[in-house]
Design a protein around this ligand. Structure first.
Ligand code: SF4
Ligand code: SF4
Length: 311
C-alpha cells in the first residue's frame, strides 16, 4: 500500500467513491487485503447511503434505467444531477439525493436497486483509481481504500483481497463495460489544451452517447445518421434492441468526435453530399431572407405612398 500523494507524475485521477469524505484514501493493488464486511446487522446500516455522492458511468445508467423501468431520458430527469468532469465542461452525472443528502433509492431495509446498484456503491469502501502518467500512452488501474469513522464494516473480521471483493460485489462486469469510457475521459483530461474545448455539439453528443441511451438510439436510427455512416443492417438490428452494443458504438463515435480517430466509417461521398445539402439549405435561407427583406421594403413604400395620398 502507498499513499495517493506518491503519484506526482500522473496527470489525473478518477476516484470512484460513493461519498465525499475528508478522509484520505490509501492506494491498493488487486492482491492487497481488505478486512471488511457489510451486512444488515451492522450498527451503521444505511449511513453511507444517507449521504450519497455517487458518480455514474454509462453502464450504471443502463442498469438503473432498466431496473426502474424508465427510459433513459425519464431516468436522467428523475434520478440524476449534472456536474462537470473537467475544466472544459465535459458533462458528468451523479445520483440525485433528497435535501438531507440521502440517496432516493435508500429504503429502511437497504438499497431498493441492490441488484443493479452503481459501480461506486459496489466498490465502497474501496474504489477504482484510473491514472494516466504524462509520460505513458496507456492508463494504469489501481484501487483505493477509504476508512471512514462511521463505517463499522471495517471492524468485522472478514478478510479478502481487493480482487476477491470486486468479484463478490459484481464490479468486474461494470469495470469491463465502462473501461473504454474511463479511457476516453482520461485521454481527454491528459491531452489537455492540445485537444482544447470541445464544441457544444460534441459535448451534447458525448452526453447523449454516455447517458441518454434511448435518445442516442433514435439519433443513430435517424435518416441523416444512416445516410452519413457506413453501418450494416446487422449492426443496426443490434443497436435497435441491445443497449450494451449501442453503448459500445457510442464510445467509438466519441473517439471520432473528440480525438478525430476514424473509428466509424463514413459512407463514400456522404460528407460531400452533406456539404452540398448544407449549401442548398443556406442558399434557401438566404433567398428567404432576401424575399422577406423585399417584402418589408415594399410594405413600407406602400405605407408611405398611402400616407401621401391622405394629405
Ligand atoms: S444506489 Fe443503493 S447502494 Fe447506492 S447510494 Fe443509493 S441506496 Fe445506497
Ligand atoms: S458497514 Fe459501511 S458500507 Fe455497510 S452500511 Fe455501514 S457505513 Fe454503509
Amino acid at each position: 500500500m502507498s499513499d495517493i500523494d506518491d503519484f506526482e507524475d500522473t496527470r489525473d485521477f478518477s476516484f470512484e467513491l460513493p461519498h465525499s469524505s475528508p478522509v484520505s484514501p490509501t492506494r491498493l493493488e488487486l492482491d492487497d487485503q481488505l478486512k471488511f464486511r457489510c451486512h444488515r446487522g451492522v450498527s451503521c446500516w444505511n449511513q453511507c447511503c444517507s449521504r450519497a455522492d455517487v458518480t455514474l458511468a454509462p453502464y450504471d445508467i443502463i442498469r438503473l434505467k432498466n431496473s426502474t423501468g424508465m427510459d433513459s431520458t425519464e431516468f436522467l430527469k428523475a434520478h440524476t444531477v449534472p456536474f462537470e468532469l473537467d475544466m472544459h465542461g465535459v458533462p458528468g452525472l451523479k445520483l440525485r439525493t433528497d435535501d438531507s443528502g440521502a440517496c432516493l433509492f435508500m429504503k429502511e431495509e437497504g438499497c431498493s436497486v441492490y441488484a443493479d446498484r452503481p459501480t461506486a456503491c459496489r466498490y465502497y469502501p474501496s474504489g477504482l483509481l484510473s491514472m494516466k502518467s504524462i509520460s505513458e500512452s496507456t492508463d494504469e488501474r489501481h484501487f483505493l481504500l477509504i476508512k471512514e469513522e462511521h463505517c463499522k464494516g471495517h471492524d468485522e473480521d472478514q478478510l479478502q483481497t481487493i480482487g476477491e471483493y470486486r468479484k463478490a460485489q459484481g464490479v468486474e462486469e461494470y469495470d469491463d463495460l465502462n473501461l473504454e469510457w474511463y479511457q476516453i475521459i482520461l485521454k481527454k483530461k491528459s491531452t489537455g489544451p492540445s485537444i482544447g474545448k470541445p464544441s457544444d455539439m460534441s459535448l451534447q453528443m458525448f452526453f447523449m452517447a454516455s447517458y441518454d441511451m434511448d435518445r442516442f438510439r433514435r439519433f443513430v436510427m435517424s435518416d441523416a445518421f444512416i445516410k452519413m455512416y457506413d453501418i450494416n443492417d446487422d449492426e443496426y438490428a443490434e443497436f435497435e434492441t441491445d443497449d450494451i452494443a449501442l453503448m459500445k458504438f457510442g464510445f467509438k463515435l466519441m473517439k471520432q468526435v473528440f480525438f478525430g480517430e476514424l473509428t466509424v466509417k463514413e459512407r463514400e461521398g456522404a460528407w460531400e453530399e452533406r456539404v452540398k445539402e448544407r449549401k442548398e439549405i443556406l442558399e434557401f435561407r438566404k433567398q428567404a431572407e432576401i424575399a422577406e427583406h423585399d417584402r418589408k421594403q415594399d410594405a413600407a413604400r406602400k405605407a408611405s405612398l398611402d400616407s401621401g395620398k391622405d394629405e
